[in-house]
Design a binder for this molecule. Sequence first.
Ligand code: SF4
Length: 517
Amino acid sequence: MAYEAIWANEPSKLNAAEFMKMEKDGLDVIRTIIETYSVEGYESIPADELNRFKWAGVYQQKPNDGHFMMRIRIPSGMLTAAQARALADISTNYGRNLMDVTTRQSIQFHWLRVEQLPDIFKRLDAVGLYSFEACGDCPRAIVGNPLAGIDKYELFDTTEIVQQVSDFFVMNRDFSNLPRKYKISISSNIYNNGFAEIQDLGFTPAVKMIDGKEVQGFHIQVGGGLSAKPFLAQPLNAFVHQENVLKVAIGVTTIFRDYGYREKRHHARMKFLVNDWGPEKFFEKLTELIGPLPERGEDKTIGWQSAYYDGIGEQKQEGLRYLALNVPVGRLSGTDLAELARISETYGDGSIRTTISQNIIIPNIPADRVSEAVTHDIFRKLSPNRTRFLDRTVSCTGNEFCNLAIVETKLRAQSVAEYLEVHVDIDEDIRIHFVGCPNACGQKQIADIGLQGSLVKTSAGMQEAFDIAIGGILGPNAQFNEKLKGRVVGEQVGPVLADLIHYYKETRATGETFHQF
Ligand code: SF4
């Protein structure tokens, strides 16, 4: 493999993480966790091995006192009731009854201890779920259409394609040592609910006339990503038949593995390679690897609805409805999830879906049973009813648990949204995203209002503060938001955003929306 040649020839050009991965593959830590660390305890784990825990989907939790966070891969956000119940049990048994829905449609646990990990791995495996490679330098969970199979606005059902690609990459040692993390989205929803432009590889809906017949497939874009230096993915001149998705995914991932940068860690994401090569050279290399692909056809993405679904929605199946719930800043309890599984089995088909917007959907409820379903107490907490701000607010983990965080985010995000509910009256959705550091897990660059935490020196000492950026959007007019001058201390964020939105409301032109402001 080319990357082995890189190691052999130019070891001086490798960052420290590369030597760690060379010494022991990240995936090998799973066995060591089961056989050694879970028996000998937290104190027995060497520092480099703690780094490899990411390949098991496990991170140290702040303040590094022996507790861990764990992410579960949920391809396209699709869970069965049995899977949801298993997750709920893990949360109540081991995770202090706390869980978060993440912006990769994953479920994240906190408060786990190394002794518990083998049993958790076993419980997940029993229901076909994995934490493995939910983190680490490998293909992460594949995001996609949470309404796949029931969506009035999808070209075709992507469920099996996502599962096929996910199954291929998970625990695949040919791809367990990439230069950095690597993210794929696959969706045929015409409102881009896979957020294709911020993925390393995004598949979006397209059609093409081939031999006089219209064929439904995908367009692809590569090299998107956020963090401190964000890039929008660039389209390649290719139409991908549905049966070729895996082949293309393997080809693109191989290019990243073999040609991605391994010298400076912050420069190792695929977005830098694509930016340097340009889409033409990247495509040339791809076709060299996997053979020719037809040229682009007609793009079917017509906008972006930021993966928000409100209340009771119509499915493409007549007589069936989905119930879209607002999970404030993505946080719920294991008890909540178990109750949602019970309700889904009672009224729906037992399935539950998670969204990139950190919310949950219960699909396949007969239309004449929805009004009864929503009477359950759980829906006072996880409500299907619209609010203006709370259900359009996203937050990363922040310094409650994350070692990289500079500030607290989830409580702040919720309190700011609640402040705006009371103090701002506007007839437009304004999406607000909070992140606790430049890594942007809460996707602040694509928010109408993105807030990034920092610390400022004030007369009262160091205080949490936020940079504010406005105007982010994906879809055909994709752009990252722009930072405003200055920083706002935490307590003032609510009032400042209220002023900002009032100013927009008073000065907006007819037809203008917030991202054009
Ligand atoms: Fe942690 Fe930063 Fe990611 Fe937030 S954005 S979860 S603070 S790494």
